[in-house]
Design a protein. Sequence first.
Length: 422
Amino acid sequence: MLEILRVLLAGIDNAYPLMKSPMPMYSFCLSLALCPLVWWWFNQNTFGEKHPRKYFWLSFLFVILLQWVFQLLPERSTGSMVQHEMANSFYTVAQKYPLRDYLANYSAVRRTLPLHATSNMPGKAMLYYGLGLFGDHPRLFAALILLLSNLGGVFIYSISMRLFQNRNAAFASAVLYWLCPAKIYFFPLLNIVSPTILLGSLYCMLRAVESGAWRWIILVGLSFFVLFMFEPLPLVCGLFHIWILGAAWIRKKLTSLQIVRVGLGALLFFSLSIQLFGVATGFWSIPRFLELVAVNAHYYSGYRSIDWFFRNFFDFSIGLGYASLLVLLYGSFTLRLADTVAFRNAKGYAITFAATLLILNASGVNREEIPRLWIFMLAMLYPLVGFYLVKMSKRHLLPYVAAAHSLQTAIALHYIGYVWWP
């Protein structure tokens, strides 16, 4: 029975075990009591309709407080998780090496570091160097990481508004992203920050297509570089950028020349960023990236069975949240696609997501820890979930789905050791 519970909460992969000593019962009951509060907050329809901007930002603050409380209830120290060398070795790097030495001697230093720091590009460690400007305060770092992660909801809201022209769908998308179970499970690991960079890049691409302004094209290229340095894997979502350009061309919003200008301009500034960073720091990212590809290929060389391909899909769906998964499946099979811009965008977005997920999984680049490693893919799905949620029923369903996310999170944090466990 306990093993079934572990699979339902953490997936088939054994990376996240049952904790030897779950949180005290009073803490567990308190975490469950938060679910009605979540339902009540997101059921304020009248206030939300009268003051949509104020309600959005108040919800932003409410969710930050809620996420922080969820982490306090299991009696885990967020500061200790930031400092934990195996769970989060990027903090260790920032404590042991000057930034210039770390970048200039990356290959040699990398081999002396714990697992996560030795198999990643230096962007995550560089974030801790930046946070170090505030002093050495691990709990403050955790709070800032949470803030950076939740800023992704602002980008999701803006992306959804541009694609679906529906304020309620945009708000639902942001809320479900904020309450994404996997995002709360793995706080304060830096995987929860990657979606913010990716979503910011997609937002910049939409603005570049809308305006054609060079500042947005430059920002797209810079976002590619930041993502490449922080976590290269989400660059597979470049398919969404290509879809945005293709849709603009098919609908004659942009000419072929303008499409080439935006696409090649972004790639040009991506390449230019790589070169300038290499000259300034001595860190040449392309050779170092290929070095890490070889390291990770060797790590997964022992996986002879193909069962991981099917297991990954199941583990991925758990991180999304069971309630959101039901909305996605029900909406996909029951909604009638109207001939509107919003529905055409929803169809194109869904096809692009499916293609991206299939390519990512078939590549075999990840064969374990999917709920953590694919948080960025979960984030890309919430605009579609929010759109389906609003379109498939006249009832206000968001409070129920948000409360269900909270319930799943409360139970999972009680039983499963996601980051580290006693």
